[in-house]
Design a protein around this ligand. Structure first.
Ligand SMILES: Cc1ncc(COP(=O)(O)O)c(C=O)c1O
Length: 461
């Protein structure tokens, strides 16, 4: 059997080979599902194989199906890409293999999350007493925050939801923006508030919730109020007008949640921070580390200004659990029990970048997004649909849905970069997100050229 150290060295060699790949390979691999199944599938193994052979087989089989989403020319979804220091810390997280829920399973994981949580609150300039849970991503962070909201709002109404459930509880009125991210709907389902009962509040042409509409919707309601806002619309990158919204929510002793999966990072930049004015007054926030902090998957943060409600909603105990007694038990803030020690990568990224490096990362991505818009906008038949205030660019071609979708497909096929499509205000659009530390001006030039070349095709039909 291969010695573990040799195996780790082999993994390093394979990692170096992967990172040294030709940078001009198509960003999205040209492989079929059948080819991948043939390479990786087969009958369930009756007998084992030597570790190094398994590693080689996995890498050779999987790599042709690996998307270069960690690279500089992947503009789909909002994926980010791992900083080298965060990847290295992630390797150590795996080597240490700490179970991260309680002090007794990993003192280091407990203190690192405690420290990273405080640094995060400072960088994002949120109230320093907030509680922070290190969860799997933005969707889980939304769920965690809404569970804390449910606890708090119902406790105010004299109801202990953790003990007595929702069956006979007072009704919580939920109000969300027209452009709320789909994971807000999932979170509403998971906390038992339901997605259909949420009142949708009209947004403006950039996707920002209209405060007057919120006030109008609140007027006839009585009882607990939960309002879900967003920092960084997943399409346009825009921000709800938090300061105006929070006034309306406070008048009703409601809870305001901010889904800032990527957009909340704007608070690190003095130039961009005004876009989030008033967000610091909210009750809870979602922000993803695996998006703009550029740590590996999976890592999101659920932050609340109500640690008691947060812990009441998430905490658990059992006879065999040894409580931290003043030391942080990470599981008090997350839905999981056993869990990866996610704080290590966040700590490494924050320490490596510092406030100034984090600001540069965010501002650079925004500058690249503006560069992309500048290169595309003057071309005939190209329209930029959003004001590019952050890292998102929405593009439409010849004002034609089918043609726009054809251009997107053509860009994906070309392979210079990868980006996806969306529907914005009823129209098909190309969606470009810049959130990777390694994207250069040259990457944007190459990608803009590829997009414009793809747009020279004739409209189908
Ligand atoms: C605004 C917003 N909220 C929530 C999410 C979900 O985050 P995750 O994919 O990390 O679960 C996303 C993901 O793109 C997002 O953009």
């Amino acid at each position: 059997m291969t010695m573990p150290d040799a195996l780790l060295r082999r993994a390093l060699e394979l990692a170096e080979e992967f990172r040294g790949r030709d940078p001009h390979l198509p960003v999205f691999p040209r492989i079929t599902v059948e080819e991948l199944r043939r390479a990786l599938g087969g009958p369930a193994p009756e007998h084992g194989e030597p570790a190094e052979r398994v590693l080689n087989h996995l890498v050779r089989g999987a790599e042709p199906g690996i998307v270069a989403s960690a690279g500089p020319r992947f503009f789909g979804f909002v994926i980010g890409g791992s900083l080298p220091v965060a990847t290295a810390a992630d390797w150590m997280t795996s080597v240490w293999d700490q179970n991260g829920p309680i002090w007794s399973t990993s003192p280091a994981a407990s203190v690192v999350e405690e420290v990273a949580a405080q640094w995060l609150l400072e960088f994002l300039d949120l109230p320093r007493h907030c509680s922070v849970g290190f969860v799997t991503g933005g969707g889980t962070a939304n769920f965690t925050c809404l569970a804390a909201a449910r606890n708090h709002l119902l406790r105010q109404a004299g109801w202990d939801v953790e003990a007595d459930g929702l069956q006979a509880a007072p009704r919580i009125h939920v109000l969300i923006g027209e452009e709320a991210h789909v994971t807000i709907l999932t979170a509403l389902r998971m906390v038992g508030l339901g997605e259909r009962s949420a009142i949708r509040i009209k947004a403006d042409d950039q996707g920002r919730m209209l405060p007057g509409e919120l006030r109008r919707a609140l007027a006839p309601l009585s009882g607990p109020i939960l309002v879900c806002t967003q920092a960084g619309d997943v399409n346009s990158g825009h921000f709800d007008p938090f300061f105006d919204l929070i006034q309306a929510v406070r008048e009703r002793a409601g809870w305001m949640h901010v889904d800032g999966a990527f957009g909340l990072w704007a608070r690190i930049s003095e130039r961009l921070k005004p876009l989030t004015h008033g967000a610091e007054l909210a009750d809870s926030w979602t922000v993803d580390a695996h998006k703009w902090l550029n740590v590996p998957y999976d890592c999101g943060l659920a932050i609340t200004a109500h640690p008691q409600a947060h812990m009441a909603a998430m905490g658990s105990t059992a006879a065999y659990i040894i409580p931290g007694q003043g030391r942080r038990d990470n599981f008090s803030f997350v839905p999981e029990f056993s869990r990866r020690a996610r704080g290590f990568t966040v700590y490494a990224a924050l320490r490596h970048l510092g406030r100034s490096g984090m600001r540069d990362l965010v501002e650079c991505c925004c500058a690249r997004a503006r560069q992309m818009a500048r290169l595309l906008a003057p071309q005939p038949g190209v329209a930029i649909l959003n004001d590019v205030v952050l890292n998102q660019v929405l593009v439409r071609f010849r004002d034609d849905d089918d043609f726009t979708r054809a251009v997107i497909a053509r860009v994906q096929q070309d392979g210079t970069c990868w980006l996806g499509g969306t529907t914005w205000k009823g129209n098909a659009a190309m969606r470009i997100s810049v959130s990777n530390w390694s994207t250069t001006e040259r990457d944007i030039e190459l990608s803009a050229n590829a997009i414009l070349n793809s747009a020279r095709i004739e409209a189908p039909g």
